[in-house]
Design a protein around this ligand. Structure first.
Ligand SMILES: Cc1ncc(COP(=O)(O)O)c(C=O)c1O
Length: 402
C-alpha cells in the first residue's frame, strides 16, 4: 500500500456473505489520488484551475459538443442551462412525469412552470406521442409562439430526461420542438456515455446537462457540466455560474449571478473518472447482462431493456415487479432485500403527485404511476463483484418464497 492509499486490502474486507451491498457507489480505481495530490501540491484547490478546464473539455468531447461549462452539481447545471437558453418567469417547460425532481425544481428556480407529460411503457422515457398530443390538443400556435390553452402561459421549452442510463427517443421530440419553436434542454445527468442512434447524449437537444454526483457512472464527488454547441449560451452559462462578474479585478456585477463553480479538487477526481468512463460503461453493461439473463425467466419480473436505437449505460439496473405473478410487490421485495443487507430503491415519486409541484399541470399521466408502483432498482455499482451480484440474484429469486 502506498503512503497515500488508505484503500482496504482484500484481507480487510468482510466476507461476501455478510457484506452490505449498496445501490450505486463510486469506483475510484484510476488517477484520482494522483490528480488530487497534484492539486494540493500546486495549491490549486479552489474554484479555478487546470482540472476544471480539462473536465469541461473531456465532457464536451464525450457529448460531441463544442463547449462545456462546469457547475457545482447537475441541478445547478440545469438551472443555468434554463437561464442560458432564455427560459423565463411564467413560461412553461414540458418534461417527463417520472424523473428525479431536480429538473422540475430548476424550472421553478427561474420562475417557469413544469408541465408533466407521461412516459412511455417500453423504456420509461418521455412519451413523444403524448407530448405531440399535448402540443396539438392543449396548446395553440399564435404570434409565432406556443401557448397553453389551460394556463394561458407560453410554452417555451421541452426538457427530456435520459433516464437510468437509457436515451430518450429524441428525434420525434426534436421534430415537435422544431415545429413549435421550443428550446430543447436535455437532462442527460444520469446517462453520460449513452448514445441515441449513435449520437451521444447531451447533444440531442440545444443544450444538455450532466451530473457527476457520487451515485453516477463517473463522479467528482459532486459536480455538473453544461454542454452546448451554442457559443453565446456557453458564455452566458460561464458568466452566470461565476457570479456574473464583469471585471476580473474590480467587483462589478451587472446582474444577479450564482456561485456555481466547481473546485479544482473536485474536477481532478472528475477527470480521473472520465478517463475510465468506457470501462465503467462496459462494467455496467456486463452487470445488466447478468441480471437480465438471471431474472428474465422469473415469473412476474420484467428487467429493463434497451431500445433497438439505443446504447444504454444501464446506470441503475431496474426491474418491474408484477405482484400477482411474482407473489410479493416491489416494496415487499425491497424490504426482503434490505433484510439481507442488499440496498434496492424504487423509482421517483411521479412529479405530478409531488406535493412540491402540486400547482403544476400534468397531462395524461398513467404509465408513470404504474412504473412507480412496480419498479425497483438493484445494486449496480461499477465495482459490484460477481459473487455479490449472485447474492442479489439469489435473494430475488427466493424472496417470494420467504
Ligand atoms: C434526472 C436527474 N436530473 C438532475 C439531477 C441532479 O443532479 P445533481 O444530483 O448532481 O444535482 C439528477 C440526479 O442526481 C437526476 O437524476
Amino acid at each position: 500500500m502506498s503512503a497515500i492509499d488508505p484503500k482496504p486490502t482484500a484481507s480487510d474486507a468482510p466476507a461476501a456473505a455478510e457484506r452490505a451491498i449498496p445501490l450505486s457507489v463510486p469506483h475510484l480505481a484510476g488517477n484520482e489520488w494522483r490528480y488530487v495530490k497534484e492539486c494540493l501540491d500546486t495549491n490549486w484547490v479552489s474554484s479555478a484551475g487546470p482540472f476544471v478546464t480539462r473536465l469541461e473539455r473531456l465532457v464536451a468531447e464525450r457529448a460531441g459538443c463544442a463547449h462545456g461549462v462546469a457547475a457545482v452539481n447537475g441541478t445547478a447545471a440545469l438551472h443555468t442551462a434554463l437561464l442560458a437558453a432564455g427560459v423565463g418567469a411564467d413560461e412553461e417547460v414540458l418534461m417527463p412525469a417520472l424523473t428525479f425532481i431536480a429538473p422540475a425544481n430548476a424550472a421553478r428556480y427561474v420562475g417557469a412552470w413544469p408541465v408533466f407529460i407521461d412516459v412511455e411503457p417500453a423504456h420509461w422515457q418521455l412519451d413523444p406521442s403524448k407530448l405531440a398530443d399535448f402540443v396539438e390538443r392543449e396548446c395553440v400556435w399564435k404570434d409565432r409562439a406556443l401557448w397553453n390553452r389551460t394556463s394561458g402561459r407560453r410554452v417555451r421549452a421541452v426538457l427530456p430526461v435520459d433516464a437510468l442510463g437509457h436515451p430518450v427517443d429524441a428525434d420525434p421530440i426534436l421534430a415537435i420542438a422544431r415545429s413549435r419553436d421550443l428550446v430543447v434542454i436535455e437532462d442527460a445527468t444520469e446517462s453520460l456515455g449513452a448514445r441515441y442512434k449513435n449520437r451521444p447524449v447531451g447533444r440531442l437537444g440545444d443544450i444538455g446537462c450532466f451530473s457527476l454526483n457520487g451515485n453516477k457512472i463517473v463522479t467528482s464527488g459532486g459536480g455538473g457540466v453544461i454542454v452546448t454547441d451554442n457559443a453565446a449560451w456557453a458564455d452566458r452559462a460561464r458568466y452566470l455560474t461565476t457570479q456574473a462578474k464583469d471585471d476580473p479585478v474590480e467587483y462589478r456585477h451587472a446582474e444577479v449571478g450564482f456561485n456555481y463553480r466547481l473546485t479544482n479538487i473536485q474536477a481532478a477526481v472528475g477527470v480521473a473518472q472520465l478517463e475510465q468512463l468506457d470501462e465503467h460503461v462496459r462494467r455496467k453493461r456486463r452487470i445488466a447482462e447478468r441480471y437480465t439473463s438471471a431474472l428474465a425467466g422469473v415469473p412476474g419480473l420484467r428487467p429493463m431493456s434497451e431500445a433497438p436505437w439505443a446504447f444504454s449505460t444501464f446506470w441503475l439496473f431496474t426491474v418491474l415487479v408484477d405482484e400477482r405473478e411474482y407473489g410479493i410487490d416491489s416494496r415487499a421485495l425491497l424490504r426482503a432485500l434490505a433484510a439481507s443487507g442488499i440496498e434496492a430503491r424504487p423509482l421517483w415519486e411521479p412529479l405530478h403527485a409531488s406535493a412540491a409541484h402540486r400547482r403544476s399541470q400534468s397531462y395524461r399521466v398513467e404509465v408513470a404511476d404504474a412504473l412507480y408502483r412496480r419498479a425497483l432498482s438493484l445494486p449496480s455499482s461499477v465495482g459490484l463483484e460477481e459473487r455479490d451480484q449472485e447474492r442479489v440474484i439469489h435473494a430475488i429469486v427466493h424472496a417470494q418464497r420467504t
